[in-house]
Write a protein that binds this ligand. Sequence first.
Ligand code: C2E
Ligand code: CA
Ligand code: CA
Ligand code: CA
Length: 275
Amino acid sequence: LSKQAIGQFRFFEKQMNRTIYEKIHMERELRKALEAEEFELHYQPQIQLQTGKVIGIEALIRWKHREKGMISPNAFIPIAEETGFIISINEWVMETACRQTKLLLHQYPSLSVSINLSPCEFESRKLIYKLAKILEKTDFPPHCLDIEITERMTMDTEKAIPILKELKNVGVNVSIDDFGTGYSSLSYLKKLPIDRLKIDRSFVQNVQKEEEAILPAIITLGHNIGVKVLAEGVETELEAAYLKEKQCDEVQGYYYTRPLPYGELVQFLDQHKQQ
Ligand code: C2E
Ligand code: CA
Ligand code: CA
Ligand code: CA
């Protein structure tokens, strides 16, 4: 790596003490990227364990930078959240995910697309309004859209419940992402109008270790409050078999496939079609 390349990489790293000038510069870069259509969505299939069927796809953003190549969301989403530009980015994500998935619904009518929303987007009611507008514009069935929000955000239940209720009114589904990492109060979980828990990858990795008791406990907890449970980051056949035995509903991970560009997703769906 050249000195310049290292400098550019650092530029996108999450930093604790970025100056206001750096933030302005980064926001300008993100804005240019959006205008130059340098963002794209990759999709990771979600599989129902009992049937092996693909029941959903998660949209994950990528930045194809003209000079720096592919930039991972971990390198720019935190900056976008800090500057507020995430709102523009996620508007693009919502619309693109609906538009691209809509093209698949003729062949796969029960397919659902998941999108990730950042906690800061729930600060204003504009989100619900914008979401409804995009659903209308793309003529997308709301029940085929799943909104992933992190457990962090739902921990402030007083704030979260009204927003979740509004989302349910629009007709979309809601999943709690990275579940298990935020230590949310379990008694409040019942009160949240949600459809699914997504168990964080860290619990799946420890399947064979001392934390073994946690994973089945989360699955049972989810079922007791009447929601589906999806395990993230499944990388081996062993993990998949274990989760199936523990009655986990759905899985997602490299064992099945990495997130795929749209064209490859179409091929994947075709190969995994079941009559
Ligand atoms: P996340 O929502 O928890 O997404 C799961 C991440 O795990 C993805 O990383 C995915 O590629 C990766 N992954 C999937 N299966 C496996 C596996 O088997 N093993 C391992 N080690 N990793 C796996 P990715 O795409 O780099 O996204 C990172 C994070 O960036 C996401 O975490 C999400 O929080 C955020 N993000 C991605 N796209 C968007 C977006 O459109 N909007 C917002 N607000 N955030 C996004
Ligand atoms: Ca997610
Ligand atoms: Ca996650
Ligand atoms: Ca995450």
